[in-house]
Design a protein around this ligand. Structure first.
Ligand code: H2U
Ligand code: ZN
Length: 347
């Protein structure tokens, strides 16, 4: 095990980008902004919520009386499916391309008050199969080459409504982050004949200091190159490149990992823990993708309590990301927590 107690840079092999780690600085005092904690007790049904069953959404559409997951086209889609006129630029310094796509919202359940860790395993499996069906459905549109599943959780992450939901966007081009990962995973596979993430996972299991937990099919860990204080990844053990390649057993295992990880996140500061998470799947670009390993990233903003967040400002905006608490220390904290949600733990 390596001891890191002085400033150093770590490189993210998936993107080629670096993070500056400053372990000696983790105890600096904080007199800055303090966040509000989210309300703890939400109603099961909120008559003013545009995601609850039977309620009206923008544009006057009424939600069905749905009983498990519910998917609809975003009423304020960031992308449009219709082809737009070809962009013609009169100068290389003013480049643009048109982008077609579709944006959907996926509600986890009719319950306004139940977040991912509070759903039972069968309901989480249903969320995963809905993400899978939607991935396949969007990928069948002739103009879609990449599908991004993601969840913004908590007001701190810009989530507009506490009713547990995620989003899924299909786009004509491969977006920036997956495009970097595609290039790096391809280069690694070409050079080594094995996938980058399968080799990484094997090494992490040997070293064990950043592993949180694993089951037969998935591992949750704090990546060596994590930028956010409690950033984690969930990585498939097998070389599945997309959600639709998962077997029933793997979907069950993924549900188990997601439930345990989000439960520990909530237990960390005993609040509904905010984050942005999403799956990185291989693109739908008519190419084989033996280099790609299905994985999820969780990016939570909180740093040292329910009310103190990490800001990506100053040096991060102008130079490179920087963190104080080491990924190993963050993994220690997350590993020490219970898999039983604090709201349900006998006090
Ligand atoms: P968040 O995951 O950021 O909370 O987004 C929820 C989405 O719901 C957001 O993209 C959409 C917004 O455009 N929305 C509707 O589609 N219909 C509505 O009636 C309100 C919000
Ligand atoms: Zn609701």
């Amino acid at each position: 095990m390596t001891t890191f107690d002085t400033p150093h840079r770590r490189i993210n092999p998936l993107t080629g980008e670096s993070v500056l780690v400053s372990p000696h600085r983790a105890k600096r005092p904080w007199l800055g902004q303090v966040e509000k904690t989210p309300p703890e007790n939400l109603p099961q049904y909120d008559p003013t919520c545009y995601l609850c069953p039977r309620n009206e959404r923008a544009g006057g559409v009424t939600n069905p009386d749905y009983e498990s997951t519910f998917v609809f086209d975003n009423d304020f889609s960031a992308l449009l499916p219709a082809p737009s006129p070809r962009h013609v630029s009169d100068h290389p310094l003013f480049a643009s391309v048109s982008e077609r796509g579709l944006c959907r919202v996926v509600c986890f359940s009719p319950r306004h008050d139940l977040t991912l860790p509070e759903l039972d395993n069968a309901s989480i499996e249903k969320v995963i199969t809905t993400w899978t069906e939607q991935t396949v459905d969007l990928s069948r549109k002739e103009f879609v080459s990449y599908v991004q599943v993601f969840e913004n959780k908590g007001a701190m992450m810009g989530c507009s409504n506490p009713h547990p939901h995620s989003q899924i966007w299909g786009t004509e081009h491969i977006p920036v982050e997956p495009a970097k990962e595609l290039e790096r995973q391809k280069a690694y596979f070409t050079a080594n004949g094995r996938t980058l993430l399968s080799d990484y996972l094997k090494e992490e299991h040997k070293r064990s200091e950043r592993i949180l937990f694993a089951n037969d099919h998935f591992t949750a860990l704090v990546p060596y190159w994590a930028v956010w204080p409690f950033e984690t990844m969930v990585i498939a053990h097998r070389n599945a490149a997309r959600l639709d390649e998962l077997t029933y057993a793997e979907i069950g295992a993924l549900a188990d990992i997601l439930k345990r990880l989000t439960t520990r996140y909530d237990n960390l500061f005993e609040i509904s823990f905010p984050y942005s998470m999403g799956f990185h799947q291989a693109p739908f670009d008519d190419q084989p993708h033996p280099e790609w390993t299905l994985h999820a990233h969780f990016y939570p903003p909180l740093l040292r309590s329910a009310t103190i967040r990490k800001f990506m400002v100053g040096y991060e905006m102008l130079a490179m990301p920087q963190r104080d608490i080491t990924p190993e220390a963050a993994a220690d904290r997350l590993r020490s927590l219970s898999d039983i949600h604090y709201k349900h733990e006998p006090h």
